[in-house]
Design a protein around this ligand. Sequence first.
Ligand code: NAP
Length: 255
Amino acid sequence: MTEQPTTPRTAIVTGGARGIGAAVARRLSADGFAVAVLDLDESACATIVSEIEDAGGTGLAVGVDVSDEAAVQAAVERVAAELGAPTVLINNAGIIRDNMLFKMSVDDWDAVMNVHLRGSFLMTRAAQKHMIDAKWGRIVNLSSTSALGNRGQANYSAAKAGMQGFTKTLAIELGKFGVTANAIAPGFIATDMTRSTAERMGVSFETFIEAVAKDIPVGRAGQPDDIAATVAFLVREDASFVSGQVIYVAGGPKD
Ligand code: NAP
């Protein structure tokens, strides 16, 4: 087995204040990474960082809008200065603005593109130089099963399919520097994001989860820790030959 480094590596998790991002931040800390938790609200990030520190880990809370070029640059520089050069980047921040195409506003389209695609581009561009300097890096981008098409999600589906193309290109460009890039495409995961979908549909979250689970081969909804476990594998030292892949984590196969 490849040896783990003696100096802890620094990871950035965007959208790390709750849901999947918070689970990923906790897991990476438990696995020995120093973890920068980035999200819109710095005080919400601080809550997760406190948990990490209470458990014996090291973290940093940084408030940033990932779609803001100057703010992203400053945030990544702050992480490098205060926590160490970031060589792991988890592009997880995301929003939904669902609507049928004929009712979808330009704002709904732009908002989703800006957070997922522009945000991941800006974060990755800012962080990659630290990975190249270190001749080692791990990038994990959050896609979705919606990338395969989903009614009412033309914006989100296009953004999540875009994340897959972005990931494959990163893998091609950065591979020779010891940097891997992979995407995780979750199916239904129980978080505030899916809770808001249940609310919009006028059903309780519990009823929604029960209905969704009936169509999932393993017979249950996904949890944020299911995604954190997959991230944990992809960032390992000995996952260095896995790059440019899209892993569907959906409790069953997807096309
Ligand atoms: P979530 O609970 O809504 O958490 C997303 C986090 O991202 C929130 O803390 C949010 O902050 C933050 N965020 C939004 N816009 C941001 C911005 N411009 N800059 C920085 N942070 C921002 O969502 P989740 O369910 O954990 O989803 C995490 C990722 O997995 C997303 O990319 C999502 O598309 C993807 N995913 C989720 C599912 C699922 O079933 N849950 C399935 C497939 C893929 P605020 O709270 O302040 O808005």
